[in-house]
Design a protein around this ligand. Sequence first.
Ligand SMILES: Cc1cc2nc3c(=O)[nH]c(=O)nc-3n(C[C@H](O)[C@H](O)[C@H](O)COP(=O)(O)OP(=O)(O)OC[C@H]3O[C@@H](n4cnc5c(N)ncnc54)[C@H](O)[C@@H]3O)c2cc1C
Length: 610
Amino acid sequence: MRIHRRDLIHGAGLLGFGLSLPRSQKAAAEPIEASYPPTRTQLRGSHPGSFEAAHAYTRDQLPPPKPRRLPEIFDLVVVGAGISGLAAAYYYQRQFGPDKKILILDNHDDFGGHAKRNEFHQGGRMHLGIGGTHNLEYWQFNPVVTDLMNDLGVDIKTLRAQSTFDYGRTGKSPYALWFDAETFGRDQLITGCSLKGPPSTSPLLFLDQFPISDTAKAQLKRFYTLQQDLLADLAPEARTHYLRTTGYFDFLRDLGGLGAEARQLFSKSCHGSWGLEAHCLSVAEALGDGLPGLNLIGETPSESGWDYPAAFFPDGNASIARLLVSRLIPAVAKDVTATSIATQAFDYGALDQAAQSVRIRLSSTVVRVNQSGGLVGVRYLKGGQAFEAKARHTVMACYHSILPYICPDLPAEQKAAQAYQVKYPLVLTNVLIRSKKPFDQLGIHGVSCPGRMHASLFLMNGINTGGYEHALNDPGAAVVAFWGSLSPPASALDLRAQLRASREQMLALPFEAYESEVRLVLGGLLGDAGFNVDRDILAITVNRWPHGYAHEYLDLWDEDFAPGQAPHELARARFGNLTFANSDAGASAYTHTAIEEAFRAVNELRDLRS
Ligand SMILES: Cc1cc2nc3c(=O)[nH]c(=O)nc-3n(C[C@H](O)[C@H](O)[C@H](O)COP(=O)(O)OP(=O)(O)OC[C@H]3O[C@@H](n4cnc5c(N)ncnc54)[C@H](O)[C@@H]3O)c2cc1C
């Protein structure tokens, strides 16, 4: 979910491995087919087994084992079966012909990259959760992306008409905050207000209920009440300079008069939209993301602009990945259409069959890519064994920070540009609960949790697209999405140190840590409404994305690069028969960017031919 950078400030002139199930899960989960990847629970996303080979043979630079050479020569090898890699295979078939031999390699046990689905089966029904990328920001689609969507039969108008989901802002009290006893001394749900939302949800009238000190309350009251342009003395350029070069927390302290306790309340507010602590953002970025403070620079926050008219499938953009896979390999599922894709079962056994022109080989980590004699050699590890595939062309659709390790022959400047692109880590934990009635009783469908590991949670009902139906008012079992990132320790000062610390923490935490977090939050939030964690939590799937959002340039941490000189532009330059896709190549963490970059990467191979 990328809900940020709304045009709110126009006037400002800028714009372990989890072996134990939760008790309830052991008791209540229905038998599932463990060999079907979308139904696997506990640690998913970067699941155990998916990243260790990459870390050992790339980051830690162990020499990879001697590979066994595959007998055939492929026309194209794609590294990474995310949206970008799948789209690259699609465009390659279009450019070069449907009979071309294509091999797609990915380190996970499921295809889609961030576009993954979580399936839960309960009471004879399938309940879907989004494992990574959520929504289609169709208003940003260029003609290339629109054409692809049309070809896949994705009709945005229909998706919009069939969805009432709005990230939990659908209950009687669409905005709510939950303070937890461990952090704030007492559990407290406050409905009707938010720390980041339209002005009508301002916490001003609710501050007396906040479990914080009287000093922090007084500071916040003054902060929310003041209506003054505190930058009035600055000329327009100096004003823009201030907004882009000052940290949001410095602004809260110096202009907003907020002490550390009050400032801390906002620190996780941008976890979902940016995957970062709010103190990493400039004033301009934070205000653009909807954090408070416009009243201090003479702006009036707008009530509009908070509707985010995105289009959804119930498994998010996993449906786009599945539509692409069924186009590339028709044998995976019969009669697939965009109006039935969410309910369609896929035959994973069909993904890697020699008789097909396209093959997707999962659990395969690429560790070395070299070129010689007009061919690219792609070495990968699968099941502890090393192989080498030879290809005429290769599209690297994996994230860019791994490329310098895998492609040692690239020019030093290109490798430095690739290493620059450290992604923002994210975690999305889906929890199947027995009934959503406790939420209804409290009048909420979602809350923000300023003190907890996941900054927010919301019910996933109301997306009736792709053939799937789960009405918003269905009182039965439901998926609750816990969403955010992991705050790095305060000792990590520089942005990249923070991102790496958050990533390491995410991978080091065992399943039980995520599980007890979910139990604590649901018990504390819903306990008074009759929710019993032992009885009512049926399954937990933790989607860890240590390499999450593509690195987008930030005011405080990145230069204003000259056109053509930005790291992502240097990083994606064609190198012999090797081209580079992935959303990193566009420095923009969107599904449509992943598609655009695939299109460019394949066109560069076409240009090579002519
Ligand atoms: C939690 C989350 C929510 C998001 N929400 C949205 C949203 O709502 N809307 C939106 O537009 N975008 C969203 N995004 C952004 C998302 O990154 C893009 O939409 C898109 O899915 C990126 O696709 P990609 O193919 O570029 O990269 P990826 O999905 O990362 O695919 C790259 C694949 O390459 C694999 N790989 C890496 N190295 C190797 C190797 N050495 N060998 C083999 N395989 C390798 C990776 O593991 C991965 O499977 C979200 C991202 C996350 C993580």
